[in-house]
Design a protein around this ligand. Structure first.
Ligand code: SAM
Length: 317
């Protein structure tokens, strides 16, 4: 698909370039904030799986830059934003970048060090594994990434803090909901208007972090496993069998963003320009070292190799 036709078919892709966002996902976080006011009072934020950085840009523009302007450039007390990804990311004002794996326990230590012993008010995670198209498999790998993010949350989030994580809706959604509900008094699954209806993606918006009494971070996985079993559910003061049959748990699900605003599944006409020709904008900041780069290089090398072989064989008698 050409850039202009993608501009037409994906309004958020076009708007992202017009407004200087590195990815269209920026709108998802902004629409979640419109509904849940997640940025209110935030002084320390963590962006997990941040590259190429549009969520970090949203955090910078909503938290860091306004505070910087109002403090006349004095550095004291400015909001602290730490962004982590496996991939390197081009710099963003007010965002400290850490290249690392969120499934690695040491990543939490790095974040804590940056906060100088203080805890975060907000943790967001837009992490996604490479999607295979096999829904069950994708949902499972995605839930493992969320649980890795939850491990970091239990180390860095302050009591009362908020956590937003991308989820894939599937048959284990209620299990994930119950696991998150152990740690947050309010959990809502939200679908921002900028997230395509055709996608199984949604976002868990978890408010008021309140781990169970006596909770120790090292017991996290033991606790999460218990949620999936009816007897464990009893231990945890949950209704027995609440994940099955007529007692299946009710999950609050909310569409968010301006519902009369742009529809991500519709095509929109391109804006007309003075000369009558529409000039598609380049992406704001392409990823610097995306995982597909090696694959492209290998493909290029093999097609050159194939070309060389062909010419060689055509010259051979
Ligand atoms: N929120 C980002 C933005 O707005 O620009 C987009 C995030 S992108 C959908 C998913 C990211 O998850 C990728 O950059 C990928 O490198 C990262 N990721 C996947 N698994 C990870 C892991 N185990 N640790 C850190 N990052 C990971």
């Amino acid at each position: 698909m050409g850039k202009a036709s993608k501009d037409k078919r994906d309004i958020y892709y076009r708007k992202a370039k017009e407004e200087g966002w590195r990815a269209r996902s920026a709108f998802k976080l902004m629409q979640i904030d419109q509904e849940f006011n997640i940025f209110h009072g935030v002084k320390r934020a963590v962006d997990l799986c941040a590259a190429p950085g549009s969520w970090s840009q949203v955090l910078s523009r909503n938290l860091y830059l306004p505070a910087k302007l109002s403090s006349d450039g004095k550095d004291g007390g400015l909001p602290l934003i730490v962004a982590i990804d496996l991939q390197p990311m081009a710099p963003i004002e007010g965002v400290i970048q850490v290249q690392g794996d969120i499934t690695n326990a040491r990543t939490a230590e790095v974040v804590i060090r940056h906060f100088d012993g203080c805890k975060a008010d907000l943790v967001v995670c837009d992490g996604a594994p490479d999607v295979t198209g096999l829904h069950d498999m994708d949902e499972f790998v995605q839930s493992q990434l969320i649980l890795a993010a939850l491990t970091i949350v239990t180390h860095v989030l302050k009591v009362g803090g908020k956590f937003v994580a991308k989820i894939f809706r599937g048959k284990d959604t209620s299990l994930l909901y119950c696991q998150l509900k152990l740690f947050f008094s309010q959990v809502t699954f939200a679908k921002p208007k900028s997230s395509r209806n055709s996608s199984i993606e949604a976002f868990a918006v978890c408010e008021n972090y309140s781990p169970p009494e006596g909770f120790k971070e090292k017991d996290l996985y033991h606790l999460l496993e218990k949620v999936g079993t009816p007897s464990g559910a009893d231990d945890l003061d949950c209704r027995s069998g609440w994940l099955e049959g007529p007692n299946k748990v009710y999950i609050p699900f909310l569409a968010c963003g301006d519902l009369s605003g742009y529809d991500s599944d519709r095509s929109y006409p391109l804006p007309s320009t003075e000369g009558g020709t529409y000039q598609s904008l380049d992406p704001v900041q392409p990823p610097i070292a995306p995982p597909y780069k090696t694959a492209l290089e290998m493909k290029k090398a093999s097609s050159h190799g194939a070309g060389a072989d062909t010419s060689k064989s055509s010259l051979d008698p």
